[in-house]
Design a protein around this ligand. Structure first.
Ligand code: ZN
Length: 198
């Protein structure tokens, strides 16, 4: 088990596809690229709809702002990123991603109950919230609150992503493709609209 004694507030779990952190806005220089196909270091904007096998829609960007991501840097689940490679702006397609290439198989051993004192004192902890802890090398490990007891003294956490064990059925529409800036490459994520603001 990972050490859960250093649990930190991670904001809302937020995006199913990409964990962004909002701060101050800073717009990148946008380079237009025509006729490009998605390859490593492409900045891609896309619309997506994620449907689960029971027919429920887990998430969708259609009707809102498209998602921006940096291709080839592990910012999307691997099975979706793989199927986006080579696509062009305007392409629409369906991508089916099995759990092993999505949010992982469900691990029944990945649950643990912790005292409330292991968590930040100023956060009203509720089921579904995301936190992170760290491994011995300081790498963040995501975890989620599964349940809180009535007295709010015992918190059950899980290392399973809320969509672990689920097959992911994506409907994708690629909106735009450009090259990443040097700054984006050094950070490993997109800056500006649809990406990180900091
Ligand atoms: Zn950045």
């Amino acid at each position: 088990m990972v050490p859960y004694d250093r649990v930190r507030w991670n904001g809302a779990v937020g995006h199913f596809l990409c964990a962004g952190v909002a701060a101050t806005e800073r717009r990148p220089r946008v380079r237009a690229v025509t006729n490009a196909s998605i390859a490593k270091n492409s900045v891609v904007t896309l619309h997506y709809k994620l449907t689960l096998d029971d027919g429920s829609i887990a998430d969708s960007s259609f009707g809102g702002d498209p998602l921006a991501y940096l291709h080839g840097h592990g910012n999307l689940v691997p099975g979706l990123e793989r199927q986006l490679a080579g696509k062009k702006a305007g392409d629409k397609f369906d991508a089916v991603v099995p759990p092993a290439e999505g949010y992982g198989e469900f691990d029944p051993a990945g649950e643990q109950t912790l005292p409330r004192s292991a968590f930040p004192p100023d956060v009203d902890i509720q089921a579904g919230m995301g936190f992170h802890t760290e491994d011995d090398h300081g790498n963040p490990i995501p975890l989620w609150v599964k349940a809180v007891d009535a007295a709010k003294k015992q918190i059950t956490i899980t290392s399973n992503h809320p969509l672990a064990g689920q097959r992911l059925n994506f409907t994708i529409e690629v909106v735009s493709i450009r090259s990443a800036t040097k700054e984006e490459l050094s950070h490993g994520h997109v800056h500006g609209p649809g990406g990180h603001h900091h």
